[in-house]
Design a protein around this ligand. Structure first.
Ligand code: 9YT
Length: 132
């Protein structure tokens, strides 16, 4: 069994922050934990707009604090996000995530992230090198 608290993760290499300063991802579970998914407690700072396209991953996001919106770029549809709202990117949707106030999001990725992935220019996280 794995038991881990946010306090143990903050300011370690599992606490990932992009240079934009827009968000902070506290990675409670990673690939090396062997669960088949990664689990993050993510903060998106107020006023941030993030372009994302998880072409290599599926992601589910559950909002537990704050308010914002997600815009599906493909069809222009915008959905409000507030505590109790979940969205699942089951179609690798290109989207903008906007935080009207500081949002706290529980995020699950499949396949699991391996560590300190940050968004590339195309908005994605890379896959790890294939094992030989
Ligand atoms: C909701 C979202 O995708 N935010 C960007 C950070 C990401 N969730 C992460 O790595 O925790």
């Amino acid at each position: 069994m794995i038991v881990r608290s946010l306090d143990e993760i903050i300011d370690t290499d599992r606490d990932v922050r992009p240079s934009s300063g827009n968000w902070e991802s506290r990675r409670l579970l990673l690939k090396k934990d062997g669960m088949g998914f990664s689990l993050h407690d993510t903060i998106v700072h107020a006023g941030s707009e993030i372009y994302i396209w998880y072409k290599n991953h599926l992601e589910a996001v559950y909002c537990i604090e704050g308010e914002g919106e997600i815009e599906d770029i493909n069809d222009g549809e915008t959905y409000p996000i507030k505590p109790g709202v979940m969205y699942a990117l089951n179609g690798h949707e290109h989207h903008y995530l906007r935080a009207h106030s500081e949002m706290r999001l529980v995020c699950v990725f499949h396949p699991a992230l391996v560590g300190a992935e940050l968004h590339g220019d195309d908005g994605s996280y890379p896959l790890p090198e294939q094992e030989p």
